[in-house]
Design a protein around this ligand. Sequence first.
Ligand code: TXA
Ligand code: MG
Length: 358
Amino acid sequence: MASDPNDPRSGPARVRPIAMDLDHVDPSVIGQAAEFLSQDKLVVIPTETVYGLAAAATSKPATAKIFAAKGRPPSNPLIVHVASVQRLGDAADADRLGALQSQLAVVADLWPGPLTIVLPVGRQIPTTVTAGGTTVAVRIPDHPVALALLAECPFPIAAPSANRSKYVSPTLAMHCVDTLGEDVAMILDGGPCRWGVESTILSLDPTGPRLLRPGVITAETLADRFGVSVDHLCQDLPPVTEGKPLLAPGMMREHYSPRTTLRLIDPASDPISPERTNLRRGRIAFQPLAPERASGYEVVETLSPSGDLEQVSHHLFAAIRRLDQLGLDEIHVDTCPPTRLGRAIMDRLMRAAAGHRR
Ligand code: TXA
Ligand code: MG
């Protein structure tokens, strides 16, 4: 329960989420959120991917608060959200966008949507946001609450995922209350995030497009649109393979792990043998398990009746968080072929397992 701000014994107050009607976004709540942002305060916002920890992107003190609240290293730059393609120049260097127009035209119709594009940074964006680099990651989120807030604000909004650094991204407003509720002025509850996995990140520069993070807008779709091979587009990504963690932990520069050891399981592998049942294990299955495969587990969460990957990504992070609360010794998670949406799911699962693969 939220503590009473008037009770000196109760410690810092945690903000309660404000439930938003997505069909009629309340302008007075949006006005209050915009006011908080203009005062350099932090606000948790829903997007169609994951919840974001928002601050005015043009303010150095406000964006510095994001790093402090998340415990995020200052070397990791933030994504900046803008209201429309017409307002890309609020974050990017408008003079240098001309040279990228033909590449932008290939993907601009995917906005608003789960796509972030790395572009030359404009002078109005402080170095806190870009980690001192020459580029800025920009996206237009497809969520009525985020879009209403962006339309209300005269500045762009910096928002990384609203989790403590290195933890799993939040896909429900309640995920943000315990960890960030004391650091933010407001939490806008827009319901469960539609996709449940962070945006695709695409870098554009005169040498051509490169994928920096797989997401719902798939590598296959982008490669097809740009007329390049998936391998070419993905050359800067760490290799992701089905069920077989090829990577040393150090290769996953960023990992997002639960506290509980997370192991990736080939869904066709043998059930847990009875002599190995001394550990308390939980299982996240992409589709219903046969009884003999479910038997070694204290708890099984099934993400989809059919193994549909959109349902899997929608529910995955919340399931990891729920099982992480249970004090288990291990969480076992299904794997899938690392193509299309499966590439994004396997990328996040490899990162979640990387923190434990020692
Ligand atoms: O779906 C999303 O993108 C969510 C919602 C809230 O919009 N945001 C999100 O932000 O996932 P965050 O901070 O958790 O992830 C941002 C990623 C980081 O891996 C960061 O390194 C990368 O974007 N990034 C940011 N700016 C960049 C830049 N200029 N060049 C390359 N990568 C950049
Ligand atoms: Mg994040």
